[in-house]
Design a binder for this molecule. Structure first.
Ligand SMILES: [Zn+2]
Length: 241
């Protein structure tokens, strides 16, 4: 009977290997997804900033054109003041020049402010382009690593798949069915039993049940979690008998 438990113990170790590989692959893929998302986010941010830069540059260009136009209007009003036929006309033209000059100052200031804005957005774009480049490089490296490691894991999985097939041949079909059934529900098909306790669910086993388990080495399931119990206090020499 104990050979069944020994094979189950080996099988459980193999299945733990599968779980570890799966967990590792999941973690690797998760990290890749995160990096891809980061690259995507910075890419989108850059797109927005470039659109913003185009807007600010357009507005600045407009303010410059308006400043120039106001300059021309000031010249024309000055000319009118110079050829005024009377004080009233001259005063009107002079007032107009004052208003236009004020307006031109405002436009100039606006153009200067927008110029500053253009500089700030450009700086931000440069910074984010550097971030983007670094992240894209990190992503490429990670992709390479994940591809390599996935290949390695695939080979290792093939190996333990073969080992699993060999071990299952040693098991009685009903025992294997029990094991796989519990494994499907609980993730792990076996549990260690030690000093009257199931270490799969941490519930105390009935004393008589535990005594029988220890004495016979039969395939017995924990009454609480249904995992097949493997007594750990059993000396290795006696396990094969
Ligand atoms: Zn249990």
């Amino acid at each position: 009977m104990r050979d069944q438990l020994e094979a189950l113990s080996e099988l459980a170790k193999i299945d733990r290997g599968f779980r570890q590989f799966d967990a590792e692959l999941e973690e690797l893929r998760g990290r890749l997804e995160e990096l891809r998302a980061d690259v995507g986010r910075i890419g989108e941010l850059l797109e927005r900033e470039k659109a913003q830069l185009a807007d600010v540059e357009r507005m600045r260009g407009q303010a410059v054109v308006e400043t120039e136009e106001l300059g021309e209007r000031i010249t024309r009003s000055n000319d009118r003041a110079n050829v005024a036929r009377n004080t009233r006309e001259r005063d009107a033209a002079t007032r107009e020049v004052e208003v236009l000059r004020k307006e031109r100052e405002e436009r100039k200031q606006r153009a200067a402010d927008l110029e500053k804005g253009v500089g700030e957005v450009r700086e931000s774009i440069t910074r984010h382009e550097e971030d983007f480049k670094k992240l894209a490089e990190a992503l490429a490296q990670e992709e390479e690593h994940v591809t390599k490691r996935s290949g390695e894991i695939e080979v290792l999985r093939d190996e333990i798949t073969r080992a699993r097939a060999d071990v299952t041949k040693r098991l009685r079909p009903d025992v294997l069915r029990k094991y796989d059934g519990v494994r499907a529900r609980r993730g792990v098909g076996v549990a260690e039993a030690h000093e009257g306790m199931c270490y799969g669910c941490h519930v105390a086993l009935p004393p008589q049940f535990y005594a029988k388990l220890k004495a016979t080495g039969e395939v017995m399931q924990c009454p609480s979690c249904l995992r097949i119990l493997i007594v750990r206090s059993t000396p290795a020499a006696g396990a094969a008998s």
